[in-house]
Design a protein around this ligand. Structure first.
Ligand SMILES: [Zn+2]
Length: 280
């Protein structure tokens, strides 16, 4: 089938297709639409100060801050992290979509200051590999005295921003559907359940009793690997920490919609929780 297709392609087109297959994925291309929107937006602040070197090349760990309309008190700080595994570009594209969506519907982010990191593993994103170009799974390196520059930069952000909540976007090629990973806190349950329901409108949920080797219930896993991207271990009270995992192999637009819907749900419900807590 593949052969007959390549024979059928005109020579020029076949050459272009094979060039694309071998070419590195482009971070500039990913971010271009966002940068165009940000140029005219009073809400989006671009930060390209976080830089590191890989193979003699200079890389940026891009950060976008979205400052929503004022909600009354000091803004709620949330960090959204995507593509720490470079072969999960769907999360990066969803983060870009989410920012563009917020630009149109800024009230959804009322009271929030969102820090969004669409490409946490820039070399892996370019190479389409889970690991960074230095061969490290960056999502096993946090708060373990890692010398990986990307981890150092992200840890500095996690420390300086002192987030109220952290959301990581991943794609799992072994999963049957969308699922979430949270720790045991009741708040996390109250945030992840409606978020999964929102995602369910676009992708099936993973209903298995064991997901990625961990026991699961109602598409929620409560354990994870040590060293994953998380808040500094000393931070009290602990921020909410949610990992959203989409299944691989579904149409890109449905995966992006599922992530965006889940993120929107978490913001809406956390704002309710804060308002309720302040009225206690
Ligand atoms: Zn991942």
């Amino acid at each position: 089938m593949r052969n007959s297709l390549s024979v059928a392609l005109p020579a020029g087109l076949a050459k272009a297709a094979s060039f694309r297959a071998n070419a590195k994925r482009s971070i500039a291309e990913l971010l271009a639409p966002l940068d165009r929107v940000a140029a005219n937006s009073p809400n989006i602040v671009i930060n390209r100060d976080a830089r590191f070197e890989a193979d003699g090349e200079s890389y940026v760990l891009p950060r976008y801050m979205f400052v929503g309309p004022k909600g009354g008190d000091a803004p709620i700080r949330i960090g959204i992290f995507a593509a720490i595994h470079g072969d999960e570009p769907e999360g990066a594209y969803a983060a870009v979509q989410f920012l563009q969506f917020l630009e149109l519907y800024a009230d959804l982010a009322a009271g929030y200051c969102l820090s969004i990191y669409p490409v946490c593993n820039p070399t892996g994103f370019e190479d389409n590999t889970r690991h960074s170009r230095r061969g490290k799974d960056l999502n096993r390196e946090f708060w373990r005295k890692s010398t990986e520059p990307e981890v150092g930069l992200l840890q500095a952000e996690l420390t300086a921003r002192s987030f109220h909540g952290i959301i990581s976007l991943h794609v799992d090629d072994t999963s049957a559907g969308f699922y979430g990973i949270v720790n045991g806190a009741t708040l996390n349950k109250n945030l992840i359940e409606p978020a999964l329901k929102a995602a369910d409108a676009f992708l099936p949920l993973d209903k298995r009793e064991v997901i990625d080797g961990f026991p699961a219930r109602n598409s929620i896993v409560r354990e994870s690997f040590p060293g994953i991207l998380s808040s500094p271990t000393s931070v009290r009270p602990r921020p909410f920490e949610i990992v959203l995992e989409a299944p691989k192999g579904h149409p890109a637009y449905l995966t992006e919609c599922a992530f965006v819907a889940a993120l929107q749900s978490i913001l809406t419900n956390y704002r309710k929780f804060i308002a309720y807590a302040q009225n206690l």
